[in-house]
Design a protein around this ligand. Sequence first.
Ligand SMILES: [Zn+2]
Length: 160
Amino acid sequence: MSEQQSAANAFACYAVGCPCWPVHKRGAHWLCVPHAAIDDPHAWPQVTTHLRAHSWLIKALARAQHIDPHEWAGGASVDAAAFVSRHGRPDLAPKRYPATRAIHDRLTGQDVTQSRTLDETASAALWVSRVRSALYDEAIKAAIAKAGRPAEDAAQGCRA
Ligand SMILES: [Zn+2]
């Protein structure tokens, strides 16, 4: 790796052909989240393939980050739902869902569970965060499935 190549790659994930923004530094190289999660570079192409197959989603998430919040709540979130459905992924549409977390109440000294509803149809940032995490998880799982684990393969007898 020459100095020139390192400089050229400063704004791209080190994995060849990866469409994602690099955020983790490993040694001299910057990697995106899913590539940084895979230690064996031989499994990286599987991650890249999955990400490139979802470039439509990566671009949509990038656009959604810059949509006016009023536009998002006023119809763009519905467009996003239609868009992911057209790509066969209605599960990724903006949605409302309950979220709970344990918090320590300093007044009473008690641990209490706080519940609230997260509304992605009102917040593009919430939608981008969940869908990007889902995409990265899928890319990592795709690489792990491809790499396989000899013991598991032997136990299963065959692979799908
Ligand atoms: Zn990458």
